[in-house]
Design a protein around this ligand. Structure first.
Ligand code: PMP
Length: 396
């Protein structure tokens, strides 16, 4: 019975052009990767600064593994909290300008753990409707009253805040950089609204940390938001930082509360200390190789200018996430396959990750790319994206 029901659901996915499959990667991350035995120029990883295979990260991890071994061994609260984890937490607190930071094994768990630890029955959670799945799942799991406001729509959020009863805590939750759209949340306006309506603000900076801000401290640095304005700051270490894991930064009482109440923190094995060592090395590189952020910004500009010249249907994003809006699932897949034939790898994003009719190519740029790589991408897109999808040139 179950098998047949599952088979039906799988067949349905196929029919909707929503079936997902994995590819076999046989190289390190980088501008060029070997997938299913073939080398591609890739624009689909979140390794925005090109650090995932940086020699200093690699040797930091090797050296730490030689001392601490490879296994995390136990949860942080049992006997898995090593001095490397502790050092990394202190560095993360320092770089984000928060009192303390707490490591989680993944960003998904950080979001699930934080929202469910802070909010419960009788409380109110308001989330941007395009928030990452882990935040939406967290809202549902928390047992709090959970609503989604229109994307980046301060007025819609305010209308909803006005209607809330006085009882219960209030948490506003947003992606700082939206993972499938690449646009940035209006954090200063959100912080002001949170203050006015006695709500707490949480931002998931998975795609901003390491990349945005002069020092790479992310969206809170970009907007100059301190701990009072943005009390719950979550960041990941597996994207711009090039390593693995995540953290939440904030006040002493926030971090102690997470240690006591965040179940995905308490009941899981600590990340291996050698992974923490790689993240520590990466934080050094954020400082010593600031050219990576500058180079990435140049590439983003080069790509956006080139795409505008080709009248490609780009979404409005100024970050390393540059989605090209296609619409139908099957067409998004066809374009992705066309690029693949040109030796260029870009993933097609389809429902349920994005709304129906909003399938897109999620192009991600990295400091690992060269200007010539961007030009090659533009050439391939020009060849593969059909005329019907081209847009009227923008009047600047
Ligand atoms: N938040 C956002 C906005 C993300 O894009 C992701 C990763 N796709 C996560 C959280 C989860 O982070 P991790 O991969 O470390 O679990």
């Amino acid at each position: 019975m179950l098998t047949e029901a599952l088979q039906r659901r799988l067949a349905e996915r196929h029919e909707q052009s929503r079936y997902r499959s994995r590819r076999l990667l046989d190289s390190a991350q980088g501008a060029r990767i070997v997938v299913d035995g073939r080398e591609f120029l890739q624009f689909c990883s979140n390794d925005y600064l090109g650090l995932a295979n940086h020699p200093q990260l690699v040797s930091a991890m090797q050296n730490a593994a030689a001392t601490y071994g490879v296994g995390g061994g136990a949860s942080h609260l049992v006997c898995g909290h090593s001095s490397l984890h502790h050092q990394l937490e202190e560095r993360l607190a320092d770089i984000t300008g928060r009192d303390r930071a707490l490591l989680f094994s993944t960003g998904y768990m950080a979001n699930l753990g934080t929202v469910t630890a802070l909010m419960g029955k009788g409380d109110h959670i308001l989330e941007d409707r395009l928030n990452h799945a882990s935040l939406l799942d967290a809202g549902l799991l928390s047992g709090a009253r959970f609503q989604r406001f229109q994307h980046n729509d301060i007025d819609d959020l305010e209308r909803r805040l006005k209607k809330l009863p006085l009882e219960g805590l209030r948490l506003i939750v947003v992606d700082a950089v939206f993972s499938m759209d690449g646009d940035i949340a209006p954090l200063p306006e959100l912080a002001a609204l949170a203050k006015r309506y006695n709500a707490y603000l949480m931002a998931d900076d998975a795609h901003g940390f390491g990349v945005l801000g002069k020092a790479g401290a992310g969206s809170s640095e970009l907007f100059g938001l301190d701990q009072d304005q943005l009390p719950v700051l979550m960041g990941t270490l597996g994207k711009g930082i090039g390593s693995f894991g995540a953290f939440v930064a904030g006040s002493e009482v926030l971090i102690e509360s997470l240690i006591q109440f965040a179940r995905p923190y308490i009941y899981t094995t600590a990340m291996p200390p050698a992974v923490a060592a790689a993240s520590l090395a990466s934080l050094d590189i954020l400082k010593s190789e600031s050219w990576r952020r500058e180079h990435l910004q140049c590439l983003i500009k080069r790509f956006r200018d080139g795409a505008a010249g080709l009248a490609l249907p780009m979404m409005d994003s100024e970050t390393a996430i540059q989605p090209l809006l296609v619409g139908e699932e099957s067409q998004a897949i066809a374009i992705s396959k066309g690029l693949e034939a040109e030796g260029v790898l870009v993933s097609a994003i389809r429902p349920p990750t994005v709304a129906a009719g909003q399938s897109r190519l999620r192009i991600t740029l990295s400091a690992a790319h060269s200007e010539a790589d961007i030009d090659r991408l533009l050439g391939a897109l020009n060849k593969v994206v059909p005329a019907a999808l081209r847009v009227a040139p923008r009047v600047l």
